[in-house]
Design a protein around this ligand. Sequence first.
Ligand code: HEM
Length: 156
Amino acid sequence: MTLLQLFRWFDNTGIGQGIRGSTYWFPAIEVVHLLGLTLLYGAVLVVDLRVLGFGLSKQPVHRVAQQVTPYTILAIVMMLATGVPLFLSEALKCYENQAFWFKMGSLLLALVFQFTVHRKVVKSDQPPTAGMKAGAVFSMFLWLCVGLGGRAIAFV
Ligand code: HEM
């Protein structure tokens, strides 16, 4: 099966056809996608800005991260759970869309970074080093790329 055949199969799923055939399903799902985005960016910013010395500076980094991590995970689950049906409804459009591939590449990098390097950075009980601060800036950059890719899908 070629990648194009796979995307054609995604496009022809019952969910894909159902959303395409409805006036309200796509915008309704995209609103929840945007709510997840808001929660995700809020959670990422609270932790990464704390690493940079801004925001909840009275609490140590690992304490802030510990309290915020459940919201980050909830937001990522919301984005995946709403992103997949949005994708199924326009899989063939996404197949030819460079913004979609940029987004998926950034998303993979952001998720791997979030659950490997970034997890180590925010678990440390040391005062933030230059390396930890660079990790926080890179984390914000990766998630910004995912969002920009997502927004650009409709314009590319
Ligand atoms: C956590 C990760 C994600 C972020 C930050 C994100 C961000 C965004 C943003 C900002 C938009 C534009 C919303 C708008 O303009 O109204 C969007 C739309 C979209 N996203 Fe995501 N997204 C994520 C995950 C996913 C996943 C996993 C998929 C698919 C597998 C996906 C598929 C889509 C699609 C198909 C659209 C609609 C594009 C269009 O307007 O035609 N997203 N996303």
